[in-house]
Ligand binder design. Structure first.
Ligand SMILES: [Zn+2]
Length: 160
C-alpha cells in the first residue's frame, strides 16, 4: 500500500537546483499528492517565486523520480492559486539553507505579514548584528546582508 508519506520520502532526493542542500519537500512546495486507483501519482507543487526559474526543473525531476519508482501515469502540476510563503520551509530545510551558507528567513505571522527585511542571522558567526546591504541579491529569492561582528557579507533567503 503506497501512502502519501511514502511519496514524500521518495521526493526528498529532489533538491532545489539553486540550493542543493534543501529538498523541495523541505522547501514546502509539495502541496498535494494524489494516488489514484490506477497506480499513478499526481503531484501538485506550489511555485515559490515567479522569478525563480528552478520550478520547472524541479517539476521534471519529480516526474522522473516517480517514473523510476515504477509509478504510471505520473503527472505534475503547478498550483498557482496557493501562495507559498517562507514559513512553509521545514526545520530540516532551514538547516539546509544554513549549510549552504544562506541565512534562513525569519519566521513571521502570515496574517499580519509583519516582518523586518532588515532582520537576519549571520550564517558564519550566528550574530544578529547585521545590516541589509541590498534587498535584491543574485536571484529574487535572496537579499545581501553584512555582519557587523565578523564583517562577512552573506546572502539571506528572504522572508516572503
Ligand atoms: Zn558574522
Amino acid at each position: 500500500m503506497v501512502t502519501e508519506a511514502h511519496i514524500r520520502n521518495l521526493l526528498r532526493v529532489v533538491k532545489d537546483p539553486e540550493i542543493p542542500t534543501v529538498s523541495l519537500v523541505d522547501m514546502g512546495v509539495v502541496h498535494r499528492i494524489d494516488l489514484p486507483a490506477n497506480g499513478g501519482v499526481h503531484v501538485e507543487l506550489i511555485p515559490t517565486f515567479s522569478g525563480c526559474p528552478a520550478m520547472s526543473v524541479m517539476a521534471l525531476e519529480v516526474e522522473q523520480v516517480l517514473r523510476k519508482a515504477g509509478f504510471a501515469p505520473v503527472t505534475v502540476a503547478m498550483n498557482k492559486q496557493v501562495a507559498w510563503h517562507s514559513n512553509m520551509i521545514s526545520e530540516e530545510g532551514r538547516k539546509g539553507l544554513l549549510e549552504h551558507g544562506l541565512s534562513p528567513p525569519p519566521h513571521y505571522d502570515p496574517n499580519t505579514q509583519d516582518y523586518a527585511l532588515e532582520a537576519a542571522t549571520c550564517p558564519h558567526c550566528g550574530s544578529t548584528r547585521t545590516v541589509l546591504k541590498n534587498p535584491f541579491g543574485p536571484t529574487l529569492c535572496r537579499a545581501i546582508h553584512q555582519c557587523l561582528d565578523c564583517q562577512e557579507t552573506f546572502e539571506q533567503f528572504k522572508p516572503v
